[in-house]
Design a protein around this ligand. Structure first.
Ligand SMILES: [Zn+2]
Length: 318
């Protein structure tokens, strides 16, 4: 039998349940929705989670569309799933957990007697490090972003190659290979010997069907490559960035982008213009380095110093 929370499945079966992590303010249990798929044959264990940031719903879409397509009788190994990690933020469609105003992906490995986010992190971390591979489904929040996979352990980590391989197998086309901040699952779990990636499935408000499909394809690529399912996934070369440059606005006004997401930009190329309310040009911002136009704000209006866009730099092919 394989168990996660109240979900328990014998070989060849699947079950769903709840992983309890404390109580809400009215005393009802907080139960993260979880699933276990116990393959008929032995194999590796994959841990999959979504909505670690409560407004990042594409990962929930990936899980919704993936699980019904998996026949436990045809599976070798086990899939553990937490469908919604940031329980409290998901309820109100916010990024951060409103109970402690914390970003979940800064709380790993968590603390079982800590804050709300630390407790959820600890509970899901236990499941994550019991696995052989971890896929933590994210997106660029509600801003606009290319589809990419992040490797966050850092290039000197002993599991760097394994994490990069997992990123290449998932196969979004782009990899951001850059050591992440403390508290990220994709940074913490490799310390326990578990290759972990953080696929970033575009960026949108609500669901984006194309990004969800990219995620579904990525999960099936992982399942076939690592022997959970029969079949063959051919590895494709990925454009890898190891640098990430962010641009803010030097003035207030309205942003007019001169490049599209995914465009290759050269050093000195205009990224965006800021105009005033009457259409007059106030500033033109150019790229400091060559790279890929990676992410941009969704709303056009900006104040001085406000985030506008990012360019992935130091590109190679992996
Ligand atoms: Zn996220």
């Amino acid at each position: 039998m394989v168990t996660l929370g109240t979900a328990t499945a014998a070989p060849g079966e699947m079950d769903t349940g709840r992983l309890e992590v404390g109580e809400t303010r009215d005393g009802s249990p907080v139960g993260l929705p979880v699933a276990v798929v116990n393959g008929a044959d032995d194999g590796k264990t994959l841990y999959l989670q979504a909505a670690s940031d409560g407004d990042e719903l594409n990962g929930v879409g990936v899980i919704q569309r993936t699980l019904p397509q998996i026949d436990p009788g045809a599976l070798s190994g086990t899939i553990l799933v937490c469908g919604i990690v940031n329980y409290h933020a998901f309820q109100i469609a916010e990024h951060r957990n409103p109970i402690d105003d914390t970003k979940m992906n800064r709380a790993y490995p968590g603390d079982e007697s800590g804050t709300s986010s630390e407790r959820i992190a600890a509970a899901t971390y236990d499941a994550a490090i019991s696995a052989d591979l971890v896929v933590d489904l994210h997106q660029g929040s509600t801003s606009r972003m290319i589809e990419e996979v992040r490797v966050r352990c850092g290039s000197r980590h002993r599991l760097h190659t394994e994490c990069l391989e997992l990123a290449k197998v998932f196969g979004c086309g782009y990899i951001l290979d850059q050591k992440g901040p403390d508290g990220q699952l994709a940074r913490a779990a490799p310390d326990e010997g578990v290759p972990t990636i953080d696929p970033e499935l575009g960026g949108c408000v609500g669901w984006d069907e194309e990004s969800i499909q990219t995620g579904v394809d990525g999960v099936f690529n992982v399942l076939t490559h690592y022997g959970f399912l029969d079949g063959h996934s051919s590895l494709q070369p990925q454009a890898r960035a190891t640098g990430f440059e962010q641009y803010g606005s030097p003035v207030g006004g309205v942003v007019d982008f001169q490049v599209e997401l995914g465009d290759r930009v050269s050093r000195g190329q205009t990224l965006f213009e800021v105009t005033d309310v009457f259409g007059g040009s106030k500033a033109e911002i150019t790229a400091d380095s060559k790279g890929v136009f990676w992410r941009s704000r969704r709303l056009p209006q900006v104040a001085t110093g406000e985030y506008v866009c990012s360019v992935g730099t130091n590109l190679d092919t992996y």
